[in-house]
Design a protein around this ligand. Structure first.
Ligand code: NAG
Ligand code: NAG
Ligand code: NAG
Ligand code: NAG
Ligand code: ZN
Length: 307
């Protein structure tokens, strides 16, 4: 009996604080939550040596010939997907018919959800940076390895999760298919709100697969607590266009669990430590060969004309 009160008090403190990790933007507003530099106090894995996101230093990246193009299933399917405000971010649930394999991945992975990371107003908000440059927004499509049934099962395997990451780049015109996602964010305004996005196709957002042969690959973690180090990361070179108007609109739709505007939802870059970042080689070789052939043809033509 003597221990009952302190123990339950401790439990309530633990469960109270663990629900309250937050991004820097939220911490600046109300510093009662744990900002990214303090996540590891409540989630020890966040202080690990294989954390994400990272800054990719392109002249340190190693070309790896086993990184062939990926194979996608279900990207052209018409889906009715659920959008849900989780309090710290908003996720769009995917069915298992969305699948990915190849590209050096050890088997088939099935879709679980995708979500976006954005900034404050229309300022940069990507998680991964390339040579120190932060992009306007980043999309993560989260998959779990077959035959796992949930993220909870998959996190016990160092390659249990495959995240496909896409950086956004500013464009003058609106991206025609992003508006339905932005409206869906608005229907998931508060924590716990759910809504349906009918007739959604991943291929309307994600570039065609022949544009996805070039990518970076490294092993890392989830970028939200618990920061489980179970993720094979694929970051594509090809970006997705988004207009300034759309970017501003994305950041105006949803709210954190505290009711404040959901803005600045990105974790800063983590140390690479002993890891190597690889790059696919596939389609970089082809243009080189065709350029050589063109040169050869024009040289031969030149020789013919000369004689
Ligand atoms: C700050 O956050 C705490 C815990 O979520 C909450 O109880 C408090 O009311 C907030 N303060 C302000 C000024 O929003
Ligand atoms: C290529 O990448 C794989 C991981 O996908 C790694 O196991 C292998 O060692 C890399 N090969 C080279 C030559 O770096
Ligand atoms: C999506 O929802 C529409 C109507 O709300 C329904 O007619 C259609 O069959 C659904 N599609 C799928 C793949 O569930
Ligand atoms: C969204 O969540 C808020 C707060 O929980 C609730 O009051 C509101 O009714 C919900 N709206 C919808 C459309 O579910
Ligand atoms: Zn993410």
């Amino acid at each position: 009996m003597a221990f009952a009160l302190p123990f339950s008090a401790l439990l309530s403190i633990l469960s109270h604080s663990s629900a309250h990790w937050c991004y820097q933007s939220q911490y600046s507003y109300n510093n009662t939550c744990r900002d990214p530099s303090q996540w590891s106090v409540i989630f020890p894995a966040c202080g690990g040596l294989h954390q994400s996101p990272i800054n990719i230093v392109t002249h340190h990246v190693q070309i790896n010939n086993s990184l062939s193009p990926l194979t996608f299933n279900g990207h052209h399917n018409n889906l009715n997907i659920t959008v849900e405000n989780m309090g710290n971010f908003v996720q769009f649930l995917l069915p298992w018919s969305v699948q990915v394999s190849g590209g050096g991945l050890p088997g088939w992975y099935r879709g679980v959800q995708f979500h976006l990371h954005w900034g404050v107003d229309a300022r940069p908000g990507s998680e991964h940076t390339v040579d120190g440059e932060q992009y306007p927004m980043e999309m993560h499509v989260v998959h779990i390895k077959e035959p796992y049934n949930s993220l909870e099962e998959a996190v016990h395997d160092a390659a249990g999760i495959a995240v496909l990451a896409f950086l956004f780049e500013r464009s003058t015109n609106d991206h025609p298919h992003l508006n339905s996602l932005i409206e869906a964010l608005g229907r998931a305004q508060n924590k716990g709100n759910q809504s349906t996005v009918p007739g959604f196709k991943l291929c309307n957002i994600i570039p065609a697969s022949h544009n996805l042969h070039n990518y970076y690959r490294y092993v890392g973690s989830m970028t939200t607590p618990g920061c489980e180090q179970a993720v094979v990361w694929t970051l594509f070179h090809k970006t997705i266009p988004i207009s300034n108007r759309q970017l501003r609109s994305v950041a105006q739709q949803a709210r954190f669990w505290t009711g404040q505007p959901m803005v600045g939802i990105f974790r800063p870059a983590q140390h690479l430590n002993s890891r190597t970042v690889y790059r696919s080689a596939t389609s970089l070789v082809q243009p080189d060969i065709s350029i050589w052939l063109l040169c050869l043809v024009s040289i031969l033509k030149g020789l013919c004309v000369l004689h």
